[in-house]
Design a protein around this ligand. Structure first.
Ligand SMILES: Cc1ncc(COP(=O)(O)O)c(C=O)c1O
Length: 412
């Protein structure tokens, strides 16, 4: 990447007012800081466009247009084909619980669903709940050596009764990106559907549901510089087949509202347009043109480039320690790594290390991050799980140096 395309970090940080409070935030996989433009749009909606949808009067029509702008922005973000393929939900967890409820009517006793051991519980638990109607759940384990999902292991699990494979796009602990396009092809060839959890990927890489032929996909806006809200993509032809979760006088054709019982949160949906505008600007600065999605893709290339450098700065330190076990790829420039870096120091309690970091005004986190099955599979449940340093593109090399210096003091 040439100099022109590298991020201007000062300009980037100015867009995030929360970064000015003296903390170095390395808990971004927990939740990122929010763009000022997103906050302004929440307030703009509530102050200037606020009315219930469905009225004939001008403000109600404006509110409806604002919600639609949010849907269209998210359609472009994931490169969906229609705004109705975008479902808003209070969280990714709720979105997937609703998806499972709406799909249950299509499943029969003896049907099979495959989940991975490496997913956050959000993309496991709702599917496991189908056991009560006789659905068989199988677990796709990681290769213990590489900590990667292998298609040959998936092959061994799939039968003609397999209806769906639920898989994480990037683990929120290991930080490895899974090739969901290849997995989707593999799953489709065997007659099943794919449901992808992109929550831990979305802040770091572009999403393209059409290029990868994804059936269902979720991500959380509060981890992508936005508000506490989430998005689910449902492929149109499959969405139409799902049951209606709303009032009886809605029906299968009522998309997307049949999966948004009650109302979407208008102000948060509208505010999500700020995320897309921000990424478009970052992309445009590289000279990217064409569709909004093209510009977003260009923005993510810049983001990934910077993230590789800051991740590697920390990983150099972690690799230099003979008492450190890095969980996942140990080089920041590995093409399949996002800067969500988990590790353990031999004989040290993860909780104790993270809490001592608080005193340096550096925010990190420890635990199992609701990927408890993974932590147990990797035998990491003792000593309070793992320490996780999760970076975003607004983190600086100086912040990483301060983090490393703090670790050196704490570990001395
Ligand atoms: C990979 C992953 N999936 C799902 C979730 C849950 O998202 P939400 O809080 O929107 O339900 C998280 C939250 O940490 C996550 O990291």
């Amino acid at each position: 990447m040439n100099q022109k395309n590298s991020l201007n970090i000062d300009q980037v940080r100015e867009k995030f007012p929360g970064l000015a409070n003296g903390w170095a935030f390395f808990d971004n996989a927990g939740g990122t800081q929010v763009l000022a433009s997103v906050v302004e749009r929440v307030s703009d909606f509530l102050l200037n466009k606020n009315a219930q949808l469905g009225g004939s009067y001008a403000v109600s029509q404006e509110a409806a247009r604002s919600l639609m702008k949010g849907r269209e922005a998210m359609m472009k973000f994931v490169n969906a084909g229609r705004p109705e393929e975008i479902v808003f939900a209070s969280s990714s967890t709720v979105a997937l619980q609703n998806l499972v409820r709406a799909m249950a009517g299509q499943l029969r006793e003896g049907d099979e669903i495959i989940v991975t051991v490496s997913d956050h519980e959000t993309n496991i638990g709702p599917w496991v709940s189908l056991e009560k109607i006789g659905v068989r759940i199988k677990v796709w384990n990681l290769d213990r050596e590489t900590l990667q999902l292998r298609l040959e292991d998936l092959d061994a699990l799939m039968t003609e009764r397999t209806k769906l494979v639920a898989v994480t796009h990037a683990s929120n602990i290991i930080g490895t990106v899974n090739p969901v396009g290849d997995i989707a092809d593999f799953v489709h060839e065997r007659g099943a559907l794919i449901c992808v959890d992109s929550v831990a990927l979305a802040p770091h890489r572009v999403i393209d549901v059409r290029a990868w032929d994804i059936d269902f996909l979720v991500f959380s806006l509060y981890k992508v510089f936005g508000p506490h809200y989430a998005v689910m993509y449902c492929k149109y032809s499959l969405f139409i087949e799902l049951d209606n979760l709303y009032h009886y006088f809605y029906d299968k054709e009522s998309i997307p509202v049949k999966l948004e019982p009650g109302n979407a949160n208008y102000e948060l949906a509208y505010a999500s347009t700020g995320i897309v505008d921000y990424l478009c600007d970052l992309g445009r600065q590289t000279g990217a043109s064409g569709t909004v999605h093209n510009k977003i893709a260009a923005a993510y290339e810049r983001i990934a480039e910077h993230e590789r450098a800051i991740a590697e700065r920390l990983l150099v330190f972690l690799r230099s320690r003979d008492d450190c076990r890095i969980i996942g790829h140990d080089h920041g420039d590995h093409p399949d790594r996002v800067p969500t870096i988990s590790f353990r120091f031999h004989g040290r309690d993860a909780g104790d290390l993270a809490r001592r970091m608080d005193g340096f005004n550096i925010a990190i986190r420890y635990g199992d991050f609701h990927a408890r099955r993974l932590i147990e599979y990797l035998d990491l449940a003792n000593a309070n799980g793992v320490v996780r340093v999760s970076m975003a593109h607004y983190n600086t090399l100086d912040e990483v140096d301060a983090l490393v210096a703090a670790f050196e003091q704490i570990l001395a």
